[in-house]
Design a protein around this ligand. Structure first.
Ligand SMILES: CCCCC/C=C\CCC/C=C/CC(=O)SCCNC(=O)CCNC(=O)[C@H](O)C(C)(C)COP(=O)(O)OP(=O)(O)OC[C@H]1O[C@@H](n2cnc3c(N)ncnc32)[C@H](O)[C@@H]1OP(=O)(O)O
Length: 276
C-alpha cells in the first residue's frame, strides 16, 4: 500500500556535500521503500561537481539500503535540470575538471545500472545533462509545456557515446541521429509522440502520483528477478563506459579546453543572458 506520508530517514538528513548545503534531498517512504530524490540547486539545477557528488553518494546509499524504487525530481516546477553547469567548463583548472567529469560518469553508471526501478519525474525543462539523467531512468513522466533533448551540438560540443547510447536505447538510432545532429529540443507533446517520455502530467503532484503508479507495477515482482533482468538489458551499455572511462575523460578534457570550444561556450552563455 502506497501511503502519501513520506518519512525522512536518517540518510535523508545527511549532508552529502562538503559544502554547507544540501543540493540533493532524499526522502524514503517507509511503507513502500520508495525514495524520492530531489535536486535542489536553484535557479536551474545545473549540475556542478558538488551536486554530482551528492547525487552519487545518494545513489550508492540507496543501492546499499535496497530501495524499492527511485523517483528523481526537481525542487522547482520550472526546470528539472539545465544540464551540466557551464561554469564548470570555463574553469579549466585540470584537477577540478577531472573530478567533475569523473563524478558525472559515476552518477550515470550508478543511475543507469541501479538495482531499484527508477522513474524520472521531469517536472521542468530538461536540456542536455538534464535529459541524460531522465534517459538513465526506466520511465519518464513529464510536465506539459516543457522541453527536453540532447542539444549539445547547439553549444558547439559533442555528446559522448554514452549520452548517445542512453537516447538510442529509448528512441532508436534513426531518431537519435536526427535529434543529436540538429540539437533538437522536443516539447513535452512531441517527446511523448516519439517515445522519449512515457506520460504527460498536469503538474508536479500529478507527475509524482504517475511515477508512483509506475513503481506499483513491481509490487508483486521479485526484486532479484527484476534487477537481474535490468542488468542483462543494460549491462553492455554500462560496461562500454566502465571499460573506457580513462579515454572518455581524456577526450572530454581535450575537447572542452580547446580554444574553439571555449569561445563557443562563451558566446552561448552570453546568448542565454541576452535571452532574458
Ligand atoms: C569527441 C568526444 C567528445 C568528448 C566530450 C566533449 C564535450 C563534452 C560534452 C559535454 C556535455 C554537456 C552536456 C550539458 O549538459 S551542457 C549544458 C547545456 N544546457 C543548456 O543548454 C541549458 C541552457 N539553459 C536554458 O536553456 C535555460 O536556462 C532553461 C534551463 C530552459 C531555464 O530557463 P529560465 O527558467 O528562463 O532560466 P534562465 O535561462 O534565465 O537561467 C537562469 C540562470 O541560470 C543560468 N543557467 C542556465 N543554464 C545553465 C547551465 N547549464 N549552466 C550554468 N548556468 C546556467 C542562466 O545563465 C541564468 O543565469 P543569470 O541569472 O546569472 O543570468
Amino acid at each position: 500500500m502506497f501511503l502519501r506520508r513520506s518519512v525522512t530517514l536518517a540518510m535523508s538528513l545527511k549532508n552529502y556535500s562538503s559544502e554547507a548545503k544540501n543540493l540533493v534531498a532524499v526522502a524514503v517512504n517507509n511503507q513502500t521503500g520508495v525514495a524520492t530524490v530531489t535536486l535542489q540547486r536553484p535557479p536551474v539545477n545545473s549540475l556542478n561537481l558538488e551536486l554530482l557528488n551528492e547525487l552519487s553518494s545518494a545513489l550508492t546509499e540507496l543501492e546499499e539500503k535496497k530501495a524499492r524504487g527511485i523517483i528523481l525530481k526537481s525542487s522547482s516546477d520550472s526546470v528539472f535540470s539545465a544540464g551540466l553547469d557551464i561554469h564548470e567548463f570555463s574553469n579549466t583548472e585540470e584537477g577540478r575538471l577531472k573530478k567533475f567529469w569523473t563524478a558525472l560518469q559515476d552518477v550515470w553508471i550508478k543511475l543507469y545500472g541501479h538495482s531499484a526501478p527508477t522513474v524520472a519525474c521531469i517536472n521542468g525543462h530538461a536540456p542536455a545533462g538534464g535529459c541524460l539523467l531522465a534517459l538513465s531512468c526506466e520511465y519518464r513522466v513529464m510536465l506539459k509545456q516543457k522541453t527536453i533533448g540532447l542539444n549539445e551540438t547547439k553549444l558547439g560540443i559533442v555528446a559522448p557515446l554514452w549520452f548517445i547510447a542512453s537516447m538510442e536505447n529509448v528512441i532508436g538510432r534513426r531518431l537519435t541521429e536526427l535529434s543529436l545532429t540538429t540539437g533538437k529540443m522536443y516539447t513535452t507533446e512531441e517527446a511523448l509522440k516519439i517515445g522519449l517520455i512515457d506520460e504527460i502530467a498536469e503538474d508536479t503532484n500529478d507527475a509524482v502520483s504517475k511515477s508512483e503508479n509506475f513503481l506499483k507495477l513491481f509490487q508483486n515482482i521479485s526484486p532479484f528477478a527484476r534487477s537481474q533482468t535490468k542488468k542483462f538489458i543494460r549491462g553492455n551499455t554500462v560496461q562500454s563506459l566502465v571499460k573506457t572511462r580513462e579515454a572518455d575523460l581524456k577526450a572530454f578534457i581535450d575537447d572542452i579546453t580547446s580554444e574553439k570550444v571555449q569561445k563557443g561556450l562563451k558566446v552561448y552563455m552570453e546568448s542565454l543572458k541576452k535571452g532574458k
